[in-house]
Design a protein around this ligand. Sequence first.
Ligand code: AMP
Length: 403
Amino acid sequence: MTSHASRVLVLNSGSSSVKYQLLDMTDGTRLALGLVERIGEETSRLSHTPLASGGAKREHEGPIADHEAALKAVATELAADGLGLDSPELAAIGHRVVHGGLKFTVPTVIDDAVLAEIERLVPVAPLHNPANITGIRTAQALRPDLPQVAVFDTAFHTTMPECAARYAIDVATADAHRIRRYGFHGTSHAYVSRQTAALLGKDPAETNVIVLHLGNGASASAVAGGRCMDTSMGLTPLEGLVMGTRSGDIDPAVTFHLKRVAGMSADEIDVLLNKKSGLLGLCGDNDMREIRRRIEEGDERAQLAFDIYIHRLKKYIGAYTAVLGHVDAVVFTAGVGENAAPVREAAVAGLEELGLAVDAGLNAVRSDAPRLISPEYARVAVAVVPTDEELEIAQQTYALVNA
Ligand code: AMP
């Protein structure tokens, strides 16, 4: 590789979308970013922001048939900014891959065997891995000479001890079907826990953190010395916290009940729990901004949805305090965690016995910077640390191809 190849393209391929960022890894600068949505429909949309040139966001609407066409459109946009995919300055493409099973514990350069293994995991990640595979194949076709790296959402959680990773079900059945707790949002939990140690001025290897990643999807993790000890998502991203549209933890017998008594099929129950539950199911809105607005107007359904969301969050803070034994910081991240001061305040309220408190003035400050929101006297720091999954994927990709 030539020494000036310092750019990494990060691709996050969903079933009908591709999110991308081009970064310069000499200093982590973002050169361009964008999103292709509604791939395969008549009304596909591409929005591209050429950050390097400071140019305005460009948007195009019109049919984009498949992922190959989407990536070609992205390549055209990048080329228009002098940042084409054929540039010798491009060092690698880093792909977000949702499920890496137990095999992929670290970022991995993709070859045929790696791709086959990601494909073997499709039964445990039917919604995500097929789209990731399509993204990888498409990128390989565009630049067959370039290292393509898979960065797995599950990798950070592979350090979980068996007692946290296993469900208490028949072992032979679990193993035959690879049923265990894998966890997701791993790049975010890794990045945010490390950044939190830096914020505290501590060595990550000696810092214990509870990370609360609260976006539309939400997960908590207990991280001891940089290693994940437990996380709230399980076999799939459905387990754990109350989310925008997902139920999080429920008694599994609810599903049998829905099948036997309500006559719902497995697919209908899947849709109910993943797409029509959580905050949306409880109050008709999944955006925390709208829920807060309704609460301000005295809406009781919105208030109850908020209370259920907070109750679950508190249970996880308590549980992970017990898992870790000693906690240096509780940290909030992602769309809700970074922006919703009332969520942070309510989640920590009443937890003084656990050493937790929030300073109302600090909590009210809006900022993009990592920051502490606990008062000086608090035994455990409470922090807000913006997540940056793309930067983490780019850094891991770049480190691997330069190793
Ligand atoms: P993410 O999945 O991390 O992009 O987070 C998306 C979610 O963040 C949205 O669904 C909103 O509920 C939430 N969010 C974004 N901005 C705010 C805000 N200012 N206040 C409350 N919630 C917010």
